[in-house]
Design a protein around this ligand. Structure first.
Ligand code: M6R
Length: 606
């Protein structure tokens, strides 16, 4: 989490940093700050506050903005509450720094360096500033080299030394830093998004390498002081954002973009009516020879894995494990060279997914990452990458990233079925016929968004809600419930409806909203009778049902008909309906849909 940025060049650094921090705000938005270093006067100016980047911009409004070198930060609090004091940058003596990550031994360091009296904030970051200042005797390299030997945890540190004008220093362990330059100067940031349209080439700063950002060049040194040759990557994708268009929130825009994003994700991978993953470089051999498939992912991405699991087990007859990446290595997973690990992530930076992937590869597994952000850490760490073509996803609540992940996973499973001799040409054609109709079926739901808005109005006063379904419906609802709870703050649980009677049904009271999806032919009758059970206890049931299912004469608080597809593909229309339901509840409650409280788009701390 936390976005960090540094700029050294010709332009006013304050404006440059504020613009970049806005682009990074999705990494954390509880406080923001910047520090500038005037190369002529040697004066350091520090501005920071709890709140958004727009609040920081207000504070900086009357500043003269003549400095051209500085660092900035947008925070997602880990150590220490949300306050002006805890906001970054932190200064101790000549050292001014911003940090992304967690310093696990910061309490020990306070004791070791006897810092207690001089610290003003509760952050682990200020401890690093103080340690660095203790070690600083005029040589930034020496101070950084010694300091990192004391630090345990993950960190991306970007540092100004007050007596070293016109140079920014950086060093990292795990937490990413990218750097770039152009005619206007040099820049570094936590991710490529902040480099904006200005960067054509960027480098990923290697771990434990000291980076110096000068006005017109970037220099790298290893910890022994030897120069390291930077490796630049050309940016061959669009890093600009085209705003919210006519939508009040990014989330609505991103929900509506799904049919196009799905088509774009499929396009290059269907050649002459057949699945072709050659543009991803995924060799058929690993799809053919693997004996186990295992997904590591978090949140929404993990839910995409659950949908893929149903497909792998039904189409390939293979066991597939889907694990929370954050739990993966503590479960002593059975992984070997016959295991294919799928790491799924929108950002490609989720630290738990990255660490789980590294763990699996160290055990010999082959890996394919399904990623939206090109060149991200997980993409670089994996053997092969299938990029989703969702475009930038800005809203914290993931929508188009999820459904494009599903498309990539369906294509992968389809190809596995083909190379393993399970699909003949006709079966592949039939499978693809369903898949290519997903954008159109989603569009049909999106065209009825006003009907879903009406249904959402009935949920505004709810404190708790349940979502019930079986099999694939349950997997779909796990994601639906995550969407609703994260942006509406209604406590929502998805429950396997057969499991409800084993305890949870005690929580159903008069008018508790219960959302049920019924999309699977073989489960329909059982699902409908589970719905009766909650209705008998007073629940108010919102039913999302495949349009060709017969509902007999039962009554529901609301019914939304989902356009019919083959059962395995019903996740597409059902997800669109659930996303819109969550969106409208949040919007009608007057909440900040795109930036829900306590959350960040990119989770880079364990
Ligand atoms: O970037 P990732 O896909 O790795 O992020 C994983 C989760 O943090 C993410 O899916 C999260 O659950 C969603 N933003 C929720 O809508």
């Amino acid at each position: 989490m936390c976005g960090i940025v540094g700029y050294n060049g010709k332009n006013s650094v304050t404006d440059q940093l504020l613009d970049s921090l806005e682009l990074l705000e999705y990494r954390g938005y509880d406080s923001a700050g910047l520090a500038t270093l005037n190369g002529t006067t040697g004066k350091v100016k520090l501005r920071k506050c709890a709140g958004r980047v727009r609040d920081l911009r207000r504070i900086c409004q009357s500043d003269k903005k003549i400095s051209t070198c500085g660092i900035g930060h947008t925070r997602w609090a880990t150590h220490g509450g949300v306050s002006d004091l805890n906001a970054h940058p932190h200064r101790n003596g000549d050292v001014i720094l911003v940090h992304n990550g967690i310093i696990e031994n910061y309490e020990e360091l306070k004791d070791h360096f006897m810092l207690h009296k001089e610290l003003k904030s509760q952050t682990d970051t200020e401890v690093v500033a103080a340690v660095l200042n203790r070690l600083y005797k005029g040589d930034p390299h020496e101070a950084l080299r010694k300091a990192v030997q004391y630090l345990r945890g993950t960190f991306a540190l970007v540092v100004l030394f007050a007596d070293q004008p016109d140079t920014i220093y950086a060093i990292r362990n795990v937490s990413p830093i990218v750097a770039a330059y152009n005619d206007n100067g040099t820049m570094l940031a936590s991710d490529v998004a902040a480099l904006g349209a200005t960067a054509e080439k960027y480098m990923v700063v290697p771990e434990y390498v000291i980076t110096e950002l000068h006005k017109n060049e970037i220099k790298l040194f290893d910890l022994e002081g030897k120069p390291v040759e930077p490796e630049f990557i050309t940016i061959d994708w669009d890093t600009t954002r085209d705003g919210k268009g006519n939508y009040p929130f990014y989330m609505e825009k991103e929900i509506m973009e799904q049919p196009d994003a799905l088509k774009a994700t499929m396009e290059q991978r269907i050649v002459d009516g057949k699945i072709d993953l050659s543009s991803d470089g995924v060799p058929d051999e690993i799809l053919k020879s693997c004996e186990r498939v295992c997904v590591v992912a978090c949140g929404t991405a993990m839910h995409a894995g659950l949908v893929a699991k149903a497909l792998v087990q039904s189409k390939l007859g293979m066991h597939m494990a889907v694990e929370y990446a954050s739990e993966f290595m503590y479960e002593d997973p059975v992984i070997d060279e016959k295991t294919l690990v799928l790491a799924i992530s929108q950002s490609g930076e989720t630290i738990d997914t990255l660490e789980a992937l590294k763990y699996a590869r160290a055990k010999g597994a082959k890996s394919i990452a399904v990623i939206n952000v090109k060149g991200s850490s997980i993409a670089r760490e994996s053997d092969y990458v299938m990029y989703t073509v969702a475009g930038p996803e800005i809203a914290v609540a993931s929508t188009k990233a999820y459904t494009t992940q599903l498309i990539a996973l369906f294509l992968l499973v389809g190809r596995m079925a083909k190379v393993r001799g399970i699909f003949d040409d006709a079966a592949e054609k039939e499978f693809l016929g369903h898949l290519v109709s997903a954008p159109e079926k989603m569009q049909q739901v999106l065209d009825q968004k006003h009907d879903i808005h009406k249904i959402a109005r009935g949920m505004l006063d709810a404190k708790d809600a349940f979502m019930i379904g079986r099999g694939l419906d349950y997997s779909i609802l796990l994601e639906g419930a995550l969407k609703l709870k994260e942006i509406s703050y209604i406590h929502t649980e998805a429950y396997a409806s057969g499991e409800l009677k084993h305890g949870t049904i005690a929580l159903i009271t008069e008018n508790t909203p219960v959302v049920a999806t019924v999309t699977q032919s073989r489960l329909k009758d059982k699902e409908l009778s589970n719905i009766r059970e909650v209705q008998s206890r007073g629940a108010s049931v919102i039913l999302l049902v495949k349009e060709d299912f017969d509902l007999a004469d039962a009554e529901y608080a609301d019914v939304f008909m989902l356009p019919a597809m083959a059962d395995e593909f019903m996740v597409f229309p059902a997800s669109a309906a659930l996303q819109l339901l969550a969106y409208y509840v949040s919007m009608d409650k007057g909440l900040d849909v795109d930036k829900p409280r306590n959350l960040a788009k990119v989770v880079t701390v364990e």
